[in-house]
Design a protein around this ligand. Structure first.
Ligand code: SF4
Length: 447
């Protein structure tokens, strides 16, 4: 178990100098206990106290970085078992395997394709995070060199022969790939390579106790950045192990298992593979490797990941304001909606589908959808009228027609009153999917 604020306070200088940015040592100790501060923020703490407090200040699950530069991948450093307790911080990294035996040109094309996978969803860019290069012998060494030169995303090098891995690292170590994997047979040699090149190392046990032993051996040999593979491949056992590892790290502060994990989804068919993968993203894979994946499969998993790794207390929002959808003009319709990203981008997509350019008045409802915002009195006639005036919507269009979502039809009369009867309020469809046919009917000739 971690130390309490009072345990930590006993080790601090108790001078209340404020150099840590907090007025008192006690307040700093409390922040430290809650993982909201790090010990190095106090410049006066003694070496002896540092040693004693190390356990309290180190994160229960170490943050591991794979790769370098703009697309480096960070996994781990999670602090809760359940998302609603706080949030999950570092989304599961998703990688696809690439066969190191491919001819060089084909390999380069495949690496480029993987690096280019990208989708936009609710205003966020969703991309693949890594390439897992799997192969044997000299072909693997050559492919690692090509991947080191051509891959835009971080690498996972999958080969268990330390001699081959050593040669492969000579061609790409500066990219800080994840070395996969150290096992009971090769742990000293693989850990030495990880230490020599400053790369993270994946370790694979046969069960959790052998994994913990391997972790201690690898750390003893100088590999300090580890990624854990429990060795299980049957989904039920993988989930049991993932949960046990997370609990051991967070609840028991069991240091050998205080690292992010790596999992492999291998279904008989696409549906089975995606079910496995989605379960592993939810609980608690730091890294997920797919043997292969079509674009639609990746989008499915990216969407699952995005939902799980969105802070439940901070919905994804867009800025309030007046937005152009298409190239609207002074005759274009004006639609009112909320700033919950999912709502706004759904409306935007449906307006685009209608081929009727439009203005969207986006009201800040603290990231809540139309009905929720209305129920919470964040999407009232008074608020909408205030925004219509504040955004000077009247300067954008000649007409005075405002389309509100069908779910808040009840606001129409009051809203016209609030706008001094200068605007006519039109009730739009209840669901965004009704927008295309609604606009084509209500704004004929525009589409
Ligand atoms: S810097 Fe250290 S000694 Fe000074 S108030 Fe903060 S914890 Fe106390």
């Amino acid at each position: 178990m971690g130390l309490t604020g009072l345990d930590i306070f006993k080790q601090l200088p108790k001078t209340n100098c404020g150099d840590c940015g907090v007025p008192t040592c006690l307040a700093f100790a409390m922040k430290l206990a809650q993982k909201q501060a790090s010990l190095d923020q106090c410049p006066h703490v003694s070496e002896e106290a540092k040693g004693a407090l190390d356990g309290a200040s180190a994160p229960p699950i170490k943050l591991i970085t794979i790769g370098t530069g703009e697309r480096k991948l960070e996994i781990g450093n999670e602090t809760v078992l359940f998302r609603h307790e706080e949030t999950f911080y570092h989304p599961t990294g998703i990688a696809v395997e690439v066969d190191a035996g491919l001819p060089e040109e084909e390999l380069a094309a495949r690496l480029e394709a993987v690096g280019g996978v990208s989708f936009e969803r609710v205003g966020q860019t969703l991309r693949l995070d890594a390439v897992a290069l799997r192969g044997e012998g000299d072909g693997f060494v050559k492919a690692a060199q090509v991947a080191g030169e051509k891959s835009a995303v971080p690498l996972i090098l999958m080969n268990e022969d330390p001699e081959v891995m050593g040669k492969a690292l000579e061609g790409c170590a500066e990219k800080k790939p994840l070395i996969y994997a150290a096992t009971a047979e090769n742990v000293e040699a693989m850990a030495a390579l990880a230490k020599q090149h400053g790369c993270p190392l994946a370790i694979r046990g046969d069960d959790l106790s052998s994994l913990a032993e391997l972790s201690e051996k690898a750390q003893g040999a100088g590999a300090t950045d580890l990624v854990l593979d429990s060795g299980a491949r049957a989904p039920a056992q993988v989930l049991a192990n993932e949960t046990a590892i997370r609990r051991a790290a967070l609840r028991k502060r069991f240091r050998p298992l205080g690292f992010p994990t790596i999992t492999f989804a291998r279904g008989e068919d696409a549906q089975e593979k995606l079910q496995q993968a989605a379960c592993y993203i939810a609980k608690y894979a730091g890294m997920l490797v797919l043997k292969e994946a079509e674009a639609w499969e990746l989008l499915t998993l990216f969407t699952v990941r995005q939902n799980i790794y969105t802070d439940p207390q901070k919905p994804i929002q867009v800025e309030e304001g007046i937005y152009e959808i298409g190239s609207p003009n002074e005759d274009s319709p004006v639609l009112v909606t909320t700033n919950f990203s999912l709502t706004y981008f759904t409306v935007e997509g449906d307006v685009e589908a209608s081929r009727v350019p439009a203005w969207a008045v986006v009201v800040d409802t603290e990231g809540t959808s139309v009905l929720t915002a209305w129920a919470a009195e964040k999407f009232t006639a008074e608020i909408i009228a205030e925004k219509v005036k504040a955004f000077d919507v009247g300067s954008k269009v000649k007409h005075r027609k405002l389309i509100i979502p069908g779910h808040v039809a009840v606001l129409s009369g009051k809203l016209e009153d609030e706008l001094s009867l200068e605007w006519k309020v039109i009730v739009g469809p209840r669901e965004s999917s009704g927008i295309p046919s609604f606009l084509r009917t209500a704004w004929p000739g525009e589409g």
